[in-house]
Design a protein. Sequence first.
Length: 115
Amino acid sequence: MTSLAPGAAVDAATLPLVHTALPASEVALGSPTTGTVAVDELAGVEVGVWEMTPGTASDTEADEVFVVLSGRALIEFTEPALPSIEVGPGSLVRLAEGMRTVWTVTETLRKVYIA
């Protein structure tokens, strides 16, 4: 984890991320990769940057709030069954621990998360 000093700034849009392939069992379409970096922790809450390249993959979510910085995706909620949402720059989303989702990323998606 990187530690962000009080009064310091980091450019979340250009912060370097190391990408890895997703497990084949999670990938439904394409060859998406993800990268993440935890920027800091405040009172036990992690703040970081996450990115996914185009493709479709399933996930089990953590308890988090995130803001999309760049890119576009459709998030389908399979458990619990909820209406799908389209997200893009500026979207603010709340996820709950254990939710099952399917992410279809059409443009590399970068978000800042608080989890």
